[in-house]
Ligand binder design. Structure first.
Ligand code: CTP
Ligand code: MG
Length: 265
């Protein structure tokens, strides 16, 4: 059994609005990617024992160079093999590129795709404890093809009517207003995090099924587990961690800064 981690870090960080790829944004004195790598290192996550780390990076040369240097530094300090590749126009395309890099590596080393656990992780979740990755990997190795870490939901979540229907029903109300259709029972809901774990064999089948990913579809495909669901493959949920929060907006970055300050003080 072998373990590889693919970190997708090719996004541009539009919603964070710092004019640089999110993976390069500073969090308590270090770029997001540096935190994400550190958390998955043998020192921070003993037992995780990754044999390969694939970094999927932006094409823009300056950002790519800075992020690749963080990868090279990580390889030097940990002895884990680090491979860099270029991402695509959407997250699923970036994950597919990372998977191709894992496939190349597995072929060269004669690793069986059925016995290779691939953890797919967002650089945008830099404080995810290594424990989470370890739990996910162990569950894949216990026989689950697709595994996601998740937490119970604390908000009350409501399903709303499509905008056209809302407009006809709520005439005279502001365009922004929506109408509630129902409250989704909270006990059934989970907020899903990364890393998500799959056998390489499953990921290869999943992306072959997807074929050429149209941009519109790709935006709707927010994780690989969705492909498993579409294929009728059982997706197993293991406990996530509050520290695995995703940094999307400036408010999320503030929350992450508070966690870093707490951990170091
Ligand atoms: N990602 C990627 N390639 C893309 C888009 C996203 O590798 N073409 C990665 C991001 O780097 C991030 C993760 O997927 O680690 C989740 O994406 P998101 O939070 O949307 O990050 P960004 O796309 O960078 O942010 P934004 O959508 O605000 O531009
Ligand atoms: Mg994005």
């Amino acid at each position: 059994q072998h373990r590889a981690l693919v970190v997708v870090a090719a996004g541009s960080g539009q919603r964070l609005g710092q004019g640089m790829p999110k993976a390069l944004v500073d969090l308590g004195g270090r770029p997001l990617l540096a935190h994400a790598l550190e958390a998955m290192s043998p020192q921070a996550a003993p037992g995780l024992e990754l044999e390969l780390l694939v970094l999927v990076l932006p094409g823009e040369p300056e950002a790519r160079e800075k992020l690749a240097a963080l990868g090279a530094d990580h390889a030097r300090r940990t002895g884990v093999e680090v491979v860099v590749c270029e991402g695509g126009s959407s997250r699923p395309v970036s994950v597919a590129r990372g998977m191709d890099a894992v496939t190349d590596h597995a072929r060269r080393h004669g690793w069986d795709a059925e016995r290779l656990t691939v953890l797919v992780h967002d650089a945008a979740r830099p404080l995810t404890p290594g424990d989470v990755a370890h739990r996910v990997a162990r569950q894949v190795e216990a026989g689950s093809e697709a595994v996601v870490p998740a937490l119970p939901v604390t908000d009350t979540i409501k399903r709303v009517l499509p905008v056209e229907e809302t407009e006809s029903r709520a005439a005279g109300v502001e365009l922004q207003a929506e109408q509630v259709r129902e409250t989704v029972p909270r006990a059934e809901l989970r907020a899903v995090q990364t890393p998500q774990g799959f056998t390489l064999a499953f990921l290869q089948r999943a992306f072959a099924h997807l074929g050429d990913i149209a941009d519109a579809e790709a935006e709707a495909l927010t994780d690989e587990a969705m492909i498993a669901e579409a294929l009728g493959v059982d997706v197993v949920v293991v406990p996530g961690d509050a520290r695995a929060l995703k940094i999307t907006t400036p408010a999320d970055l503030l929350a992450a800064e508070a966690l870093v300050a707490e951990a170091s003080g």
